[in-house]
Structures are given as structure tokens and as C-alpha cells.
Design a protein around this ligand. Structure first.
Ligand code: FAD
Length: 461
């Protein structure tokens, strides 16, 4: 029968499409149902479009500072429409690449909204309506931006990360509610394009969860670049009369910021409503679907992966979960391990972390030894004119085990992979220290920080 599958995946994001491809590679007959566009949030409204905007804004900055490197450029300007068009063309190419790979591996893409009728039946409405019979299900429906109940937030001047990516004109002044990863990345884009940016954050520091030395250093860097930052501040309302005003309170004092647009970046909500969970007896917790380490829900044969599980809301985690869930569906027992998950923040300089922060390691009772190295003492960073930042390697003093690494440096997001592998292989800091790193590269800061753990750092000023 045409509509009968071994596995049906609901949602074609980095969790769902990766699970579908792997399950097909393992010999299963697979369908993946996608309501909007293959690639999900990550490709269409998240990781890729934001990094394209960031890259364009960095190129603009580099061109403007060309003279520092001996390059004479004329009057440097940017064309916002072309920046958006460049982003759209990258997204389009990658999307067709994903569709090609899914089909090449023999899985079927069904365009529509999936609704679970029972654990073996899915009703699809929308473009390709049909009833699917399936042995197993993977729920990979992802998440969407949250909107808090703040008066005035329904104004057309208030955007979320989805709608901001479709802007036609660049705002001259942007107020961002939320100093988490998404808010700070958008602040970096518009600040690099020379626009006024104000961030309003409820907590007493931006980027909660990031090592405090790293977050306080990036805060100083953002302030130096002209970004206005209000911490410990609560937004009360958005007023849109003649002008758009964000009304907020800092230490009980009411303040107002006028702007062209407001971006709400206060977190994301799981897409677990309206997909028929009640028909199979699945009750989400605060909207998130509970899974065991095989990614199976409390209903045998029904799995969930990615943002909708709320484990770690990152694309590479969704994909890793997709691979494990697909293997389990195919009868190959595999378990998910979250002990080595890198986290990247695309500020300028970039932030990349893996493992425990120094504070977390101490709290967990470890006897901690930390190695540090400043980016300002690294030759390649000096050549690049990007000397802000530092690296911290957090180790267990007794065993030399690497407990965590926290980098604020150019190319940090590429360099963190070395420390992920080191932690995965249970390398000691001595082994990092004895590994010859290429010169001149920014990656030398990793070796230098490892030397610093041993108290024998050659280049530390
Ligand atoms: P999603 O990518 O959300 O995909 C779910 C898909 O399911 C969607 O396409 C949706 O249309 C579809 N769907 C939902 N319900 C149904 C239904 N009933 N039927 C059919 N289809 C359905 N992560 C990183 O790792 N690195 C980054 O740099 C990064 N940057 C980000 C920047 C922004 C602005 C945002 C918003 C997120 C970013 N993320 C980043 C997070 C990342 O995008 C998500 O963690 C990731 O996309 C989650 O993947 P997923 O497969 O679980 O869900």
C-alpha cells in the first residue's frame, strides 16, 4: 500500500530530516511530513539566515576598517535588500540540497500538516492530504518564538526572530527585548551595520549560563561598540503612537526608549499542541515531550527529538538525537549522551563553550584548576586586528580531566570542536598541552591555556 511506512517523521527540521535520511539508510520505508519548508527553523528562520546576516555585516565592518590593513576602499555603504537577497539565496540552495538528499536516500517528503490519530495512523492536511499508516513515529515538530503578555506587543512595529529575517528596510534604531543568544546575535548584526541598538534584559547579566568571565568581557565589548544595555530591567509596555516607545523599569525607575522597531527575543515555545498527542495518551510537560535516553516517549514506538523535547535547543543536538532515534527505530540500540555538547554564540568575537563553567565545576565538588590565555597575546589574532577575548580551560586538579572550555575569540566556534573531541576521548589537559598546534593560528590559544594549567605558559604576558 502506497501510504504505509515503517517510520513517519513529523517535521523536516535538522532533527526530522536527519532522522528520515538515517532511517532510510538503515533500510526502512520512511516518510517525512513538513508543513512549511524542509530544513525547519534552523535553515529557514534560525542558524543559517542569521549567520548570513552576521557575515554580511562583518564584511561591511572589514571593508570600513580596510585602511587599518593597508587597503584603500572608497565610501563604503551597504545595500540591505542585497544582504537579505544573499541570505535568501544561501537558504534556498541549502534547502534544495536537503530535499535532494532526503529523496536520494529513498525517503518520501509529504507536504502538509501531520496529526496523530493513533500510534499507527497519521492524518495529513494541507497541500498533500492523505492518511498514513505507520509502524513507528518520530515527532520532530520543533519550536516557535514566545511572546510574553506585554501590552502593545501585537503592534506591527514589534517583530520576533522570524519576522525580523524578512525585513525589507534596515531600521535605524532597534530595541531588543532579551539579552540571550538570539538577542545578542541580532544586536551584533545591526550594530555592525552602524545602527543604534538597545538591549533590555531582565537578569543582572546578559547570556545567562555562559561563564561569568566570558559574559562580562563580551558585555564590555558590546558597550565599547556603542550598544546600550539595560540589565535587571523589565519591559512594561510598547507604545506606538507617533513614535514607537519601549517602556521599561530599571530598579523601580520607569524609562523609555524610542525606536523604529522592537525585537522580542525572550525564548521559544515547543510545537506540541494540535498534533494529536492526546490521542496516544502523551501529556507534555510545560509543552515539552518527555523522552528516555533512546528518545522514545512513554508510548512504545513513538519517539521525539529536537526542540520539542526541550533537552538542549540547538540544531546539532536535534540532528544527533535524530541519528540515535533512527537507529533505535531500526532496532539498533543506541543511547543519547549530552555530556559533550558545544554551544556557540556568533558575536564579534565569537563565543564557544563546552562542558562545565568554572562555577559549575566547583559547585559539583571538583577541585578545579583553570588555565587562561588572552587573545591579545596571539599572533594570528593580532594580524586579523581582532585582539579581544580570552580562553579558559577548566580541569580537575587531581586527574587533569578537562571539565570544560570557554572561548571568546575570533573563530571560537570552529575551534571548540578540538575540545569536544578531547573531552569525548577523555584526554587530559597534559595531552592537549603536548599536542603541537599549527603556527600562526588562533588555535594556539588552546595549547597556551593548557600550558597555563600546568603553570608553564611560555607566551602568557
Ligand atoms: P525545527 O527546526 O523547528 O523544525 C521543525 C519543523 O517541523 C518545522 O519546519 C515545522 O514547520 C515542522 N512542523 C511543526 N509541526 C508540524 C506538523 N504538525 N506537521 C508537519 N510539520 C510540522 N541552533 C544552533 O545549533 N546554532 C545556531 O546558530 C542557531 N541559531 C539560531 C538562530 C535563531 C534566530 C533561532 C530562532 C534558532 C537558532 N538555533 C540555532 C536553534 C535551532 O534553529 C533549533 O534548535 C533547531 O532548528 C531545532 O530543530 P528541530 O528539528 O527540533 O525543529
Amino acid at each position: 500500500m502506497g501510504n504505509k511506512y515503517d517510520l513517519t517523521v513529523i517535521g523536516g527540521g535538522p532533527g526530522g530530516y536527519v532522522a528520515a535520511i538515517r532511517a532510510a539508510q538503515l533500510g526502512l520505508k520512511v516518510a517525512v511530513i513538513e508543513d512549511k519548508q524542509m530544513g525547519g527553523t534552523c535553515l529557514n528562520r534560525g542558524c543559517i539566515p542569521t549567520k548570513s546576516l552576521l557575515h554580511s555585516s562583518e564584511v561591511y565592518q572589514t571593508a570600513k576598517t580596510g585602511l587599518d590593513f593597508g587597503i584603500v576602499v572608497g565610501d563604503v555603504q551597504f545595500d540591505f535588500g542585497k544582504i537579505i537577497a544573499k541570505k535568501d539565496s544561501v537558504v534556498k540552495r541549502l534547502r534544495s540540497g536537503i530535499e535532494f538528499l532526503v529523496k536520494k536516500n529513498g525517503a518520501t517528503i509529504i507536504n502538509g500538516l501531520g496529526y496523530i490519530k493513533d500510534k499507527n495512523t497519521i492524518e495529513v492536511t494541507g497541500k498533500e492530504p492523505q492518511t498514513i499508516t505507520t509502524d513507528k513515529i518520530i515527532i520532530a515538530t520543533g519550536s516557535r518564538p514566545s511572546r510574553p503578555p506585554i501590552p502593545g506587543l501585537d503592534s506591527e512595529k514589534v517583530l520576533d526572530s522570524d519576522s525580523l529575517l524578512d525585513l525589507k528596510n534596515c531600521p535605524d534604531k532597534l530595541v531588543i527585548i532579551g539579552g540571550g543568544v538570539i538577542g545578542i546575535e541580532f544586536a551584533t548584526v545591526f550594530n555592525s551595520l552602524g545602527k543604534d541598538v538597545t538591549i533590555i534584559e531582565m537578569m543582572d547579566e546578559i547570556l545567562p549560563g555562559v561563564d561569568s568571565e566570558i559574559s562580562s568581557t563580551i558585555r564590555k565589548s558590546l558597550l565599547k561598540k556603542g550598544i546600550i544595555l539595560y540589565t535587571s530591567s523589565t519591559v512594561l509596555s510598547i507604545e506606538t503612537k507617533k513614535e514607537t516607545e519601549c517602556v521599561f523599569k530599571t530598579n523601580n525607575v520607569e524609562q523609555r526608549e524610542t525606536c523604529d522597531l522592537v525585537l522580542v527575543a525572550i525564548g521559544r515555545k515547543p510545537n506540541s499542541e494540535g498534533i494529536g498527542l492526546e490521542n496516544i495518551g502523551l501529556v507534555p510537560e510545560k509543552g515539552f515531550i518527555n523522552v528516555n535516553d533512546k528518545l522514545e516517549t512513554s508510548v512504545p514506538g513513538v519517539y521525539a527529538i529536537g526542540d520539542v523535547t526541550g533537552k538542549v535547543m540547538l540544531a546539532h543536538v536535534a540532528s544527533a538525537q535524530g541519528l540515535i532515534a533512527a537507529a533505535n527505530v531500526a532496532g539498533i540500540a543506541q543511547r543519547m549522551n549530552y555530556s559533550v555538547v558545544p554551544g556557540c554564540i556568533y558575536t564579534s568575537p565569537e563565543i564557544a563553550t563546552v562542558g562545565m563553567t568554572e562555577a559549575e565545576a566547583i559547585k559539583q565538588g571538583n577541585k578545579v584548576k583553570v588555565g587562561r590565555f588572552p587573545v591579545s597575546a596571539n599572533g594570528k589574532s593580532m594580524i586579523m586586528g581582532e585582539t579581544e577575548g580570552l580562553i579558559k580551560i577548566v580541569t580537575d586538579e587531581t586527574t587533569g580531566e578537562i571539565l570544560g572550555t570557554h572561548i571568546l575569540a575570533p573563530r571560537a566556534t570552529d575551534m571548540i570542536a578540538e575540545m569536544c573531541l578531547a573531552m569525548k576521548l577523555e584526554s587530559t589537559v597534559e595531552e592537549i598541552s603536548n599536542t603541537i598546534h599549527p603556527h600562526p593560528t588562533v588555535s594556539e590559544i588552546i595549547m597556551e591555556a593548557a600550558h597555563d594549567v600546568e603553570g608553564l605558559c611560555v607566551h602568557k604576558p
